[in-house]
Design a protein around this ligand. Sequence first.
Ligand code: ZN
Length: 339
Amino acid sequence: MPFSTTIAGSLPKPAWLAEPERIFPSWRLEGPELAEAQRDATRIAVGEQLRAGIDTVTDGEQARKHFVHGFAERLSGIDATKRQKRGIRDDRYEAVCPTVTGEVRRTSPIHVEEMRFARTLTDGPLKITIPGPMTLVDTVCDETYGNRAELALAFAHAIREEIAELIQVGVDVVQLDEPAFNMYFDEVAAWGIDAIDTALGAASCTTAVHVCYGYGIPANVQWKGNLGDRWDQYAHVLPLLAKSRADQISIELAGSHVPPDVLALAGDKIVAVGVIDVASDRVETPDDVRATIELARRYLDEDRIVCSTNCGMAPMNRDIAYAKLRSLAEGALLASVGL
Ligand code: ZN
């Protein structure tokens, strides 16, 4: 069996849908026209993944302005109109975030209709990405709970209800995105994993947790530049995630200073290994991708490796992102020779 391929989640949006190459773009349209354009963009995102040869596809997050806000703002108890600036990801950068003004509850479906539509576009495996509880906590202004663990648990219950409906519309893989795990190690141990397990419950689909060094935006690139030659964040996080309910752990490896030996700390999990760098516009050759997969194979058996992107591609140039998808699929095939 060749190595399976997927992407972390997001893809760039077409310029007719939203401002290109922005982490938080404005939509170009509104109302029913916006909804139609989002569906068209989803057709393209799914189609391009399939054309590139990606096995497990996402909707490219074409109907969400931002991977966290798109979920948070549809919850009861979150006031999306009351937006405040705060430092996020341990003050790595400032973001304008919605405010928690009441009890957080899921009172209606969030990404279910988007996935129902995406399901019509492929018979193959379909993945949805949802922000994890800690990352949600880290991307809102809390004026209600006053306790990050309690707020995380409220988010976890909302996610769990959403997952149940996503499975009903035919989603095969649910991935919780937890970039916040890469900096709050004490909280990951104290309540982060419990929140993940509460969110995943006994989900009958494949489940994954994505922990990364973020989009290739300048604040992240600068932060990475100060992390030294051996990024040991995963050495803290992977042993904790190894004990979680998740089936898969999605991490970045390509073009990074992540020491590949940390992969040995992933317990018995499947690891979606990032073999495409989203912080560089250089398109990896298939041989580059093959070499990164070979690196992962030193520490993981072949049947525990899925080939993925390091992180979401939302802020990237569209042509570059799609070229990287093709290299991802071709490199995974190269690495599969002889399996
Ligand atoms: Zn990421």
